[in-house]
Design a protein around this ligand. Structure first.
Ligand SMILES: C[S@@+](CC[C@H](N)C(=O)[O-])C[C@H]1O[C@@H](n2cnc3c(N)ncnc32)[C@H](O)[C@@H]1O
Length: 318
């Protein structure tokens, strides 16, 4: 076995191989810069006795862009000219010939996403949003899951929510309020900025004639009619749109939340929902639907009580 020694040398002492056949798009170099910043320069550049790179061109480009004056290197003085040229290709190609155990990869990514939340961007692994979505949803049968589209029945005298309530449900936040008022958005978003808006405002609904020219909030005085018109959207349709239009962990805003289909879809897609709904009964419906599906308690932001505690109080159960 040859003895390998890692030496930190001046970046000016090394140079690329003229016929390096590997392409390094800017997006990859950016990933390497982030990786070096997060994890350190853990993979020395392999060079020959003249400072010519044998393996590590992309790390070299990233280091130059980062303005690093020295880089860790290993000099492979045991290779002859033919071996150097062949090894340049082998180092890249043999790595490419491996595959992934997709089930283990899914477990690892899901775990990492949870433990790194808010601390470390999962994309530091080099997987992009579309790849992560694909890995995480491997084998999920969401389009065929009838539970996701089930709407729980709420009796009118057991409605917990009132106008002005804000509920935190896992990473999501929903508010019972009027989306025609700016203050509702300010309270709900609390400084956060949405990545996308996905909403389904009331449209062309017959209420003793059609709503016409009187704004999206026309339902306010027509609660009886409104409850006959929930027009719940299929979760899988919203989920597909969310997957296509937002990054993982991105915020989806729906200011006409209805029975919470956007919230369910956002949870399934690994996104964060912020939702506004005027009718307390639909906020309750949304919370119960979400809790039944995911087993995560909704917390009333103003009081710190869970939805179930407030419901028990309402029912007179202590
Ligand atoms: C078509 S529904 C949305 C259905 C929803 N996409 C779902 O799948 O459950 C429209 C919703 O907008 C709500 N709405 C109407 N005017 C509103 C307003 N000014 N502020 C907030 N919500 C409003 C209605 O109560 C109704 O639930």
């Amino acid at each position: 076995m040859n003895n390998l020694e890692i030496k930190n040398i001046n970046i000016g002492q090394i140079h690329g191989y003229e016929r390096n056949a590997r392409n390094h798009p800017e997006s990859q170099i950016k990933q390497i810069r982030k990786s070096i910043t997060e994890f350190g320069f853990n993979n020395p550049i392999l060079i020959d006795e003249h400072g010519e790179i044998i393996a590590g061109h992309s790390r070299y480009i990233a280091a130059k862009q980062m303005g690093l004056s020295t880089v860790p290197t290993i000099t492979l003085s045991h290779l002859n000219e033919k071996q150097k040229r062949a090894y340049r290709l082998a180092d890249n190609k043999i790595a490419e010939n491996g595959g992934w155990n997709l089930e283990l990869l899914q477990l690892e990514i899901k775990d990492l996403e949870q433990i790194c939340a808010g601390d470390l961007d999962i994309r530091i692994t080099g997987f992009n949003d579309a790849e992560l979505d694909q890995i995480i949803n491997l084998g999920d049968t969401v389009p065929a899951d009838p539970k996701a589209n089930h709407i729980p029945f709420i009796s009118e005298d057991k409605i917990v929510s009132v106008l002005g309530d804000i509920w935190q449900i896992g990473p999501h936040r929903i508010m019972c309020g009027n989306s025609l008022e700016e203050s509702t958005f300010n309270q709900l978003m609390d400084g956060a900025v949405a990545n996308t808006v996905l909403q389904d405002p009331p449209y062309n609904v017959k209420i003793n004639g059609h709503v016409c020219g009187s704004g999206a909030n026309s339902f306010g005085q027509h609660k009886g009619d409104l409850k006959l018109h929930p027009t719940v959207k299929p979760v899988e349709m919203l989920r597909d749109a969310i997957l296509d239009c937002t990054p993982r962990g991105g915020i989806v805003l729906d200011s006409f939340l209805g029975s919470g289909s956007t919230l369910i879809a956002a949870q399934q897609a690994g996104r964060v929902c912020r939702g506004i709904e005027l009718e307390p009964i639909y906020i309750d419906t949304t919370i119960r639907r979400f809790q039944e599906l995911f087993g995560i308690d909704a917390i009333h932001v103003q009081s710190g009580q869970t939805y179930n505690q407030k419901l028990a109080d309402k029912r007179g159960i202590k």
